[in-house]
Design a protein around this ligand. Structure first.
Ligand code: CTP
Length: 403
């Protein structure tokens, strides 16, 4: 497994909130991602969920009582703190947050927090009034001031039935925060990378568009991979069904023209531009203001070329393109390297079922500006992103320090 969490030691602290049930899902997903998860439940948490449930999911230590002579924690109470790559408290109650702010250490979890030098990520869950209370806000500010990462809470329906701030972040978002925190000192730290994703939509009338089958998955995976190596990432996203990746700045666009404007603006501050978007090459010459009504006659649409964003984006940044080909993959992609002045192109054969639209894997060939081709095996889109970023890092190293 080659994701950002593989082989990482994670101490998962769970405190007494109704959101505890979501911590089980988090533990399960962390384990699936290859992490080694040691869980610490406060007494309050054990009233909502059982240590056995966590043990069954993680197959590792579950600590509940600091004074239990049979617990591994009692024998070696700072060992977990020392080996942890990150401590994650999800959900964190208002009481736990207050204890952390005060530096108290009266249970296994708070003792571990005081003993560790690993980063601490706190995901609050509470009722909106408790979150808004000045004491809670002061405590959270204090923790942030110490470098603690506060992930969430989100707004929405709370267990009390009220609407407001206080929901624990969803598992996928927590996983994104954890991966980003683990990678924040990565080899792209200090770099700004603009990634485009998705298929643009060119309006025919207020109802209809010309678009393509791009799911956006490759661009989103690239954005996440860059974030997990410490880069500041701007994702210029055409419409997709995908949720915003946490800790990535997302600029939403629809048409090729909107994407061009956003990309040209963002690359002014960027070290690299990676165009993974499927940008329409043509758009309707004009967009009808009213819905076009059908008639018995046929209908022809006059189309005009869009701006070639990649070809026209110029500056001192590394420029990476994608080429989706159905024939003569390497030759066609080589021609694009020249035509668009690229440092690298990622060519994929769209007729291959493992690299088509919408799937989670991709089989690509990387072609550099000397037109050398490297064929990669079938990889997940996240792994393809990592391989592309390896090349980007080398190209950036040639071009000097970050902006
Ligand atoms: N691209 C762009 N602006 C466009 C069209 C494409 O920036 N108006 C970018 C894509 O994001 C991708 C690369 O250019 O990185 C793809 O090149 P392109 O020549 O458009 O590929 P195809 O559309 O596959 O070209 P062709 O139709 O010539 O095969």
């Amino acid at each position: 497994m080659a994701g950002p969490l593989a082989g990482k030691h994670i101490v998962l602290g769970v405190t007494g909130s109704i959101a505890c049930y979501k911590a089980l899902d988090l533990a399960s997903k962390l384990v699936q991602a290859g992490a080694l998860v040691d869980t610490m439940l406060t007494y309050g948490a054990t009233r909502f969920v059982t240590p056995l449930a966590f043990r069954s999911l993680t197959h590792r230590v579950v600590v509940t009582d600091i004074f239990d002579p049979n617990s591994e924690f009692a024998n070696e109470h700072v060992a977990l703190a020392r080996q942890a790559d990150i401590v994650v408290i999800a959900p964190a109650t208002v009481h736990c947050i207050a204890k952390l702010a005060a530096g108290l250490a009266d249970d296994p979890l708070t003792t571990t927090v005081i003993a560790t030098s690993a980063p601490l990520l706190v995901a609050p869950a509470m009722d909106a009034n408790m979150f808004d209370h000045p004491a809670t806000q002061e405590n959270l500010a204090k923790l942030r001031g110490r470098g603690v990462i506060i992930a969430g809470p989100a707004a929405g329906r709370l267990a009390s039935g009220l609407m407001g701030m206080g929901r624990l972040l969803e598992t996928a978002q927590l996983l994104g925060h954890i991966a980003a925190t683990l990678g924040r000192q990565g080899d792209l730290a200090g770099r700004t990378i603009v990634v485009s994703a998705g298929g643009t939509q060119e309006a025919i009338d207020p109802v209809r568009v010309i678009t393509n089958h791009s799911s956006g998955k490759m661009g989103y995976a690239l954005a996440e991979a860059a974030r997990d190596r410490g880069a500041r990432v701007v994702l210029v996203a055409a419409p997709t069904g995908l949720p915003d990746p946490p800790l990535v700045r997302v600029v939403r666009v629809r048409s090729a023209q909107e994407m061009a404007e956003a990309v040209f603006q963002e690359v002014k501050h960027a070290d690299a531009l990676i165009m993974a978007a499927a940008v329409a090459d043509y758009r309707p010459e004009s967009t009808a203001e009213q819905k076009i009504k059908k008639s018995s006659a046929g209908l022809s649409l006059a189309l005009t070329r869009t701006t070639d964003i990649l070809a026209e984006a110029r500056g001192a940044f590394v420029k990476v393109g994608f080429a989706a080909e159905s024939q003569d993959l390497v030759e066609n992609a080589r021609a694009k390297v020249r035509a668009k002045g690229l440092d690298l192109i990622v060519a994929n054969d769209i007729t291959d079922p493992q690299s088509g639209f919408g799937v989670d894997t991709n089989k690509v060939t990387l072609i550099d500006r000397e037109l050398r081709a490297e064929e990669l095996p079938v990889l997940t889109k996240y792994e393809v992103g990592q391989r592309v970023l390896d090349r980007v890092r080398e190209l950036l190293a040639e071009s000097g320090p970050g902006r």
